[in-house]
Design a binder for this molecule. Sequence first.
Ligand SMILES: Cc1cc2nc3c(=O)[nH]c(=O)nc-3n(C[C@H](O)[C@H](O)[C@H](O)COP(=O)(O)OP(=O)(O)OC[C@H]3O[C@@H](n4cnc5c(N)ncnc54)[C@H](O)[C@@H]3O)c2cc1C
Length: 291
Amino acid sequence: MYPDQFEFHRADSVSEAVELLADNPDAELIAGGHSLLPTMKSGLASPDALVDISDLDGLSGVERNGEVTHLGAMTTYATVADDDDLWEDATVVAEAASQVGDRQVRNRGTVGGNIAHADPASDLPAAMLAANATVHVHGPDGERSVEIDDFFQGMYATAAGEEGVVTGIDVPEEGENTASAYVKKPAPASGYALVGVAARLTFDGDEVTDARIAANGVMDHGTRLPAAEDAIEGESVDADAVAVAGDAAGDSLDEYMVMEDQQASQEFRLQLLSAYTERALETVGERAGHM
Ligand SMILES: Cc1cc2nc3c(=O)[nH]c(=O)nc-3n(C[C@H](O)[C@H](O)[C@H](O)COP(=O)(O)OP(=O)(O)OC[C@H]3O[C@@H](n4cnc5c(N)ncnc54)[C@H](O)[C@@H]3O)c2cc1C
């Protein structure tokens, strides 16, 4: 199908993009286009105007600032997944990026577009939650930083709002006592996450002193799993503790809000959530040398 007609603006700066969005309530930013164009072609979205931010200076690339890695919003998944230092510093983010779609999607899709779009089945939301990232947003009221725990607000809804441009994401370095992983059950047809689980554990010796565990594909947006975090904190990552945390994974979720569609029932998603929480924790335990 062909999309409806639309105006096309190529922004020369982030400020201009913000102004164009404010002046055109039905305008949409276009970054990699890998979510927006399919929805326009299928008639699910018909923006009056597109604001292209793909050529803006400073929005692309991976930059290290001390113990934080800055990912420009227009950085592609391929760039992230091919960055050896990121696999060391924030494994969960590199691993999630490496599992997005296929090589063609990873060459065009962007990290900013992924989290701004906030598709419940996307891979990066849980990874960014586990990594404890900070999102930089430029909106009509200027620039602000949003903690990742406050960023995802619902299906396709974020703290960036309709008029905010995500300009970048800061990912803290894991440090030598921390390890992380992202594992997912891909939907067979699309590759999106039926369920994906991201985990980052910090250890003191064998004991887990801090856990950040989050899931995609289960609720209407990427979400932390506090019951699983509580279950593994204070424990060593052995088979028993991993099984208890896996069992607990769904306990903190509102069961009536668990996603259900033609791909998976609520019951099946919760079973996957338990199994993939266990897998994520096992993988982190192995990487940290504790299993
Ligand atoms: C065949 C296929 C398979 C895919 N498989 C997966 C998968 O396995 N896992 C996965 O996570 N994703 C998958 N995707 C989606 C892909 O990752 C998209 O790239 C991503 O969801 C959106 O990023 P984008 O840069 O393409 O954004 P666009 O499509 O350009 O934009 C998407 C939305 O986000 C808004 N937006 C974009 N950038 C910004 C910004 N900087 N600030 C504010 N708003 C912004 C746009 O206005 C638009 O509303 C797949 C896509 C395709 C086509």
